[in-house]
Design a binder for this molecule. Structure first.
Ligand SMILES: Cc1cc2nc3c(=O)[nH]c(=O)nc-3n(C[C@H](O)[C@H](O)[C@H](O)COP(=O)(O)OP(=O)(O)OC[C@H]3O[C@@H](n4cnc5c(N)ncnc54)[C@H](O)[C@@H]3O)c2cc1C
Length: 404
């Protein structure tokens, strides 16, 4: 008999998926180690971000989860050729919240720690080596540890998952590069400029532009700052040789962002990939090794939800690791989770949208065009849509599958 593994479960990454996995495994009585390369959980993480509170609640004690503001209104903004159409919706205050990742991730990790997980930061996992049927060695830049099971919660740039060949690398069409900035702004000014009733109410804008390239962006209000970001597929950025920060500059001009944060100061700039492809097309498990969150390609780009699927998949993988689920069972149980089912059925819609960037440009242009045609009583100006009918029909059919 060899030595017993030092830990029941080792989790790589202390993002939302990793902390959820560690919490659920620790609650089940397992000895859990979380390895995080950043100086603290969330320090390396980039997101908008807004989260769905009901999903967070399924796994974490919401009372000690750190949020910035509860979203009370949402704006969908379509910008095309200097025209803007904005659709404003009042949201019920307990559905969405904006979060700053450093504070949010820290509060999730603390819950995993309080349940008994050990979190080691400033440590990078470099690879996994199976020792025998009972034991996996996790190689790190500070030595090796052994575990019965490993949860890979390493995020989008999942080097270990890819190097082991569990999941593929993503294609240029399936990876969206997002550049983001956060501007400090006094909280009274945030309230005044965005029409918010108090320091706890926030807004969330989703924005589609068709120029300089078709791209999707966001604006979220934090307590005393404003986050802005925009992303496009790597293929479309490469095809026009555009750097993400240039796209962000153009995007800010297109929505007059300068006016909104006048007098504020830039606090951070970051850029990161969002995987838009993944499960169920990727395999996300290998004997005793479970992929979760972005590492498993579990972002729901249709409803802009990556953190929710990360949390629920993490919690399931923590349980699977403790109970020793086989891969078939892990994937079967995963598919039953509503957030993950939604990722799977949304995938064809996203594929249709991203397969041809002219489609994305069309969606940004279509809404302003419809209003222009209506105002001018010239519906014939919409006749160009005829050529796009097959694509629109395909999108419509895929959307029908999502709701049926
Ligand atoms: C600009 C942007 C905006 C977004 N906005 C939203 C939003 O508004 N709402 C939403 O729901 N989602 C949003 N997302 C997606 C969301 O950020 C991800 O889906 C989510 O963070 C996935 O969580 P995760 O735990 O799987 O991975 P991550 O949050 O990426 O966490 C991975 C962790 O693993 C660590 N790590 C990686 N490799 C190693 C290693 N080898 N060793 C040790 N540690 C390692 C990293 O440091 C990190 O802490 C956005 C993404 C981007 C880029």
């Amino acid at each position: 008999m060899g030595n017993l593994p030092e830990f029941d479960v080792v989790v790589v990454g202390a993002g939302p998926a990793g902390s959820a996995a560690a919490l659920s495994a620790a609650k089940a009585g397992a000895k859990v180690l979380v390895i995080e390369r950043g100086p603290e959980p969330g320090a390396k993480n980039v997101s908008g971000a807004r989260v769905r509170l009901n999903t967070v609640k399924k796994v974490f004690d919401i009372a000690s989860v750190q949020i910035e503001r509860k979203v009370v209104n949402e704006r969908f903004l379509f910008v095309s050729q200097g025209r803007k159409v904005s659709i404003d919706i009042q949201t019920k205050p307990d559905i969405l919240a904006t979060v700053s990742r450093l504070k949010f991730d820290g509060s999730l990790a603390r819950q995993a720690e309080n349940a008994g997980a050990l979190i080691v930061t400033k440590t990078t996992a470099l690879g996994l080596e199976r020792q025998n049927s009972e034991e996996i060695s996790v190689v790190t830049d500070r030595g090796n540890v052994t575990a019965k099971s490993v949860v890979l919660a390493e995020g989008a740039n999942a080097l270990i998952s890819m190097s082991l060949g569990i999941r593929p690398e993503f294609s240029q069409d399936e990876a969206v590069e997002v550049a983001k900035e956060v501007y400090l702004l006094n909280k009274d000014e945030v309230n005044k400029r965005f029409g918010l009733p108090d320091d706890y109410s926030g807004t969330s804008w989703e924005i589609l532009i068709d120029s300089p390239i078709p791209a999707m962006g966001f604006l979220y209000t934090y307590r005393d700052s404003v986050a802005i970001g925009v992303g496009a597929t790597i293929r479309s950025l490469v095809s026009v040789k555009m750097k993400p920060y240039i796209l962000l500059e153009e995007f800010k001009k297109a929505i007059n962002f300068g006016e909104l944060v006048k007098g504020g100061s830039l606090r951070e700039y970051s850029a990161k990939i969002i995987p838009e492809g993944g499960y169920p097309e990727w395999s996300i498990c290998r004997e005793g090794i479970y992929l979760v969150g972005d590492a498993a390609g579990l972002v729901n780009a249709l409803v802009l939800d990556g953190i929710g699927p990360a949390i629920v998949s993490g919690a399931l993988a923590g349980k699977a690791a403790v109970e020793g689920y086989g891969c078939e069972r892990y994937e079967q149980e995963l598919a039953k989770l509503p957030e993950i089912h939604s990722v799977a059925v949304s995938r064809p819609v996203i594929k249709t949208m991203l397969s041809d960037t002219s489609n994305l440009a069309l969606y940004a242009k279509l809404i302003p065009d419809i209003f222009d045609a209506w105002s001018a009583n010239d519906l014939s100006s919409l006749s160009y849509i005829k050529g796009k009918l097959p694509d629109l029909l395909k999108l419509g059919l895929n959307l029908l599958r999502v709701i049926s």
